[in-house]
Design a protein around this ligand. Structure first.
Ligand SMILES: NC(=O)c1ccc[n+]([C@@H]2O[C@H](COP(=O)([O-])OP(=O)(O)OC[C@H]3O[C@@H](n4cnc5c(N)ncnc54)[C@H](O)[C@@H]3O)[C@@H](O)[C@H]2O)c1
Length: 143
């Protein structure tokens, strides 16, 4: 019977076989590029691009799938420097509320916001839910 445990076990086996298969360069060349859902990227904004904020951002960006999308700071020089560091397409503003205004929920996400979805996916209540993506983003993806 396929339950969550056997599903995860078979997924791990499949992933292991796929990873082993990629060792063969000929097969790797013929593999289609993997598509990435927008949900595979964690986007964040920096409010206050000072010493601590820039250091934290540098650390966060070392994690694959993490992207800085906006920066707010009171000083134009800091905003210009952030564009030099992280790309000219970065949204910058002197008023952090301009970033907040893009989130339909009207507030920043908290760790506890992720908790509800995690509990649901770990509980038997979601036993028949497979392969679904649950955005926990204050309505950002639904705009
Ligand atoms: N520097 C450190 O080693 C260190 C270590 C741990 C914690 N902290 C803490 O981190 C925080 C920031 O420290 P820092 O050294 O980066 O300070 P900083 O003065 O270099 O940077 C703070 C930045 O926040 C900006 N800012 C302030 N209010 C803002 C607002 N409403 N909207 C947008 N931008 C705003 C300022 O313009 C400034 O550029 C402080 O609370 C500090 O105590 C700092």
């Amino acid at each position: 019977m396929l339950n969550r445990r056997t599903f995860v076990q078979s997924a791990v086996k499949t992933a292991t076989i796929a990873a082993t298969t990629r060792l063969n360069p000929l097969i790797a060349q013929s593999s289609p590029p993997s598509s990435k859902s927008p949900n595979d990227v964690i986007q964040f904004a920096l409010i206050g691009a000072g010493i601590q904020g820039q250091g934290d951002t540098r650390t966060a960006l070392q994690v694959p799938g993490v992207k800085l999308v906006a920066v707010a700071d009171c000083y134009d020089g800091r905003l210009a420097h952030c564009k030099e560091l992280w790309g000219s397409d970065l949204f910058t503003t002197r008023d952090y509320r301009e970033i907040l205004a893009r989130i339909p929920a009207g507030r920043w996400g908290q760790p506890s916001d992720i908790g509800g979805a995690a509990v649901f996916l770990a509980a038997s209540a979601s036993d028949y839910v497979n392969g679904a993506i649950i955005p926990v983003d204050g309505g950002w993806m639904a705009r």
